[in-house]
Design a binder for this molecule. Structure first.
Ligand code: AHG
Ligand code: MN
Ligand code: MN
Length: 333
């Protein structure tokens, strides 16, 4: 029988292998895994409970919010915020920063998208939670402010996501590879199922909302044509896969190889996705797995943030494919 490694044991073993690592990070990640279990419990029952439907409110992005988004948001804030490890939090669902219920001792900042792909909940399609962790810039948790949240992605100390799919998985990195855990509901534990995930240099899938073709700029259209052209050497044409839940699209492409694109469009010059709690954490994971993530010209992790909810165009996935997208963006192809 294969050795069963729980997420907790994995965190502890990773910590031992990296003596410079503090136990704090292990605790933080365990808090996130715990919150994920609470969200999972509701997500898998979403079709049963009277929890579906619109709340009638919109989030700070001006988008409709479903009850489960708010539920997940509250659960994460309460479950994680109780432990005193985070001084400050930022969520897709909250306009300003959130002071956790117990923050006096926290040395870290948590940024998160509580429920990603929420339009897919009521049609039983995978959704996710995305998170990003930074160390405070100063020593005093009471002085933590928005500037502690607005650090560039390369300063993340950990990032990850949970995908609530046909099985539930948590995937994370602390800068020492990418590891994936599958939830076993019979014992209530995340078990190590993918160690040191690496993504293929070239993919076989491309993921974009192609319905918005009329909104796309020339370089994006050029890249899409390239992806669809037959070419034996590069395995083209690639197949289209688009779920509409970033976590699920990213996760599939990470494992199988592929490129996800949410570009700047004529209408949305900054794209749709959010830098701080969508692009940055996934970019950290992608790079750790050997992939590449840019806004078309600049590395996502090097973007200096100005706003908690700022958007960015996103090209993420297999290295060679993202490089081709950038060549189109520069007009070299
Ligand atoms: P969220 O549900 O957190 O608002 O995110 C939705 C995002 C992302 O998950 C997905 O990649 C994208 O919206 C899909 O957008 P389109 O419907 O424009 O393709
Ligand atoms: Mn999202
Ligand atoms: Mn969301």
């Amino acid at each position: 029988m294969n050795k069963l490694i729980t997420i907790e044991r994995h965190f502890v073993e990773e910590q031992k292998r990296h003596p410079q690592a503090t136990g704090e990070l292990t605790d933080l990640l365990y808090d996130v895994a715990f919150a994920a279990k609470l969200v999972r419990r509701e997500v898998v029952r979403a079709g049963l409970a009277d929890i579906l439907g619109m709340t009638g409110t919109t989030n700070v992005q001006g988008e409709e919010v479903k009850k489960l988004d708010l539920f997940a948001n509250e659960r994460i804030i309460n479950a994680i915020g109780q432990h005193g490890r985070f001084a400050l939090m930022g969520s897709e669902e909250n306009e300003g920063t959130i002071i956790p219920p117990k923050n006096e001792t926290g040395r870290y900042v948590l940024l998160f998208d509580p429920l990603d792909g929420s339009s897919n909940i009521d049609v039983n399609v995978s959704v996710g939670t995305i998170f990003s962790i930074y160390r405070l810039t100063g020593d005093d948790p009471k002085k933590a402010d928005i500037n502690d949240c607005l650090q560039k992605g390369s300063r993340q100390v950990a990032a990850g996501y949970v995908i609530y799919g046909s099985s539930v998985m948590m995937v994370y990195t602390t800068g020492h590879g990418v590891h994936g855990f599958t939830y076993d509901p019979t014992i209530g534990e995340f078990l190590l199922s993918y160690e040191n995930i690496t993504t293929p240099a070239r993919g076989k899938y491309y993921s974009i909302n192609e319905g918005s073709t009329e909104q796309l700029n020339e370089p994006t259209i050029g890249f899409l044509d390239w992806l669809k052209k037959e070419d034996e050497a590069t395995g083209r044409p690639y197949s289209t896969r688009y779920i509409g839940s970033l976590v699920a699209d990213f996760h599939r492409n990470l494992l199988t190889g592929g490129v996800f694109i949410y570009p700047a469009t004529k209408k949305h010059s900054e794209g749709k996705l959010r830098l701080m709690y969508e692009a940055n954490p996934l970019a950290f994971i992608c790079e750790q797995a050997g992939g590449r993530a840019t806004n078309g010209s600049k590395r996502i992790l090097d973007i200096e943030p100005a706003d908690l909810h700022q958007r960015t165009p996103l090209y993420i996935g297999s290295r060679e494919d993202v490089i081709v997208a950038e060549e189109f963006e520069r007009g070299e192809r």
